[in-house]
Design a protein around this ligand. Structure first.
Ligand SMILES: NC(=O)c1ccc[n+]([C@@H]2O[C@H](COP(=O)([O-])OP(=O)(O)OC[C@H]3O[C@@H](n4cnc5c(N)ncnc54)[C@H](OP(=O)(O)O)[C@@H]3O)[C@@H](O)[C@H]2O)c1
Length: 250
């Protein structure tokens, strides 16, 4: 197998998610050095660390914990080629029943943390390789969702946070373009994962049937696509949202 991420150093949040595990495993196989964060799934994190990834316990709802994490990362590496904001939290309720804490928690993990972590790690992305020459090939990815564009019943906090990520993607693509940093978003489509397994069976089935292919999205295929996006083969695309959805999104 051709290794497309040799010499790359990557950081993905939520490495213990269904998509995160698939990506971390593939990125390691492609020769990358992989940092990942996790929150509660220490046994899944252990498996990834045994495979060679470097995992860090981090509550993304806590900016002070992010500060400490950034210090540790900066002590471990002098470069970061790609940052993937993948961790996400849900606190589903209709607005009538949604508490302010539920709104704030989802926004802090899903939207504020990507802003805050990106800002704290920006020096990696704007670093000069040699006098007068700016680093290129640096990439930032946001994992978004179809509900960012479609909304969803009982998930206004999650949908708003994912819509915010698209706006953040497009804004940062403009701000960082002259520094040769690429910023893109990926909507992985409806995957079976911890996030979705608690949904009623009829909702899960409705999501499957909403796809013209009548199938769930495969996290392994999404992870393969992310590996491609991280590789040197993708060097000119920025400010885009890639959808693993075949249904109409508007
Ligand atoms: N599943 C879908 O159908 C679907 C559809 C569209 C978009 N997405 C997006 O795709 C990405 C991956 O989804 P998934 O379904 O694979 O996720 P998942 O399996 O439900 O895992 C969620 C991840 O977020 C982490 N996390 C949650 N709260 C956190 C906190 N406070 N601090 C730090 N990390 C925290 C979890 O860490 P621990 O496991 O260690 O606790 C876990 O790694 C997410 O961005 C999600 O929004 C998913």
């Amino acid at each position: 197998m051709e290794k497309t991420l040799t010499n790359q150093t990557l950081l993905i949040t939520g490495g213990t998610s269904r998509l995160g595990q698939a990506f971390v495993t593939r990125a390691l196989n492609h020769g990358a050095r992989v940092f990942f964060t996790y929150h509660q799934a220490s046994s899944q994190a252990e498996v990834l660390m045994q495979a060679g990834a470097e995992g860090f316990l981090l509550d993304l709802a806590d900016p002070r914990a992010i500060d400490e994490f950034v210090k540790v990362i900066k002590s471990k590496t002098e470069k970061l080629d790609a940052l993937i904001h993948n961790a996400a939290a849900v606190r589903d309720h209709t607005l009538l029943n949604m508490t302010e804490e539920e709104w704030d928690y989802v926004m802090s993990v899903n939207l504020k943390a990507p802003y805050y972590l990106t800002k704290k790690l920006l020096s990696f992305f704007l670093k000069k390789t040699k006098p007068g020459e700016l680093a290129s090939g640096k990439k930032i990815f946001m994992i978004t969702s179809r509900v960012a564009l479609m909304g969803g019943f009982g998930i206004s906090n999650y949908a708003a946070s994912k819509a915010g990520l698209i706006a953040l993607t497009k804004s940062l693509a403009q701000e960082l373009g002259s520094r040769k940093v690429l910023v893109n978003a990926v909507n992985p489509g409806f995957m079976k994962s911890r996030m979705t397994e608690l949904l009623p069976e009829e909702v899960i089935e409705a999501n499957r049937m909403a796809s013209p292919l009548e199938q769930f999205s495969d996290p392994n295929e999404v992870a393969d696509f992310l590996v491609y996006l991280c590789s040197d083969r993708m060097s000119q695309v920025t400010g885009q949202v890639f959808h693993f959805e075949s249904r109409k999104i508007s």
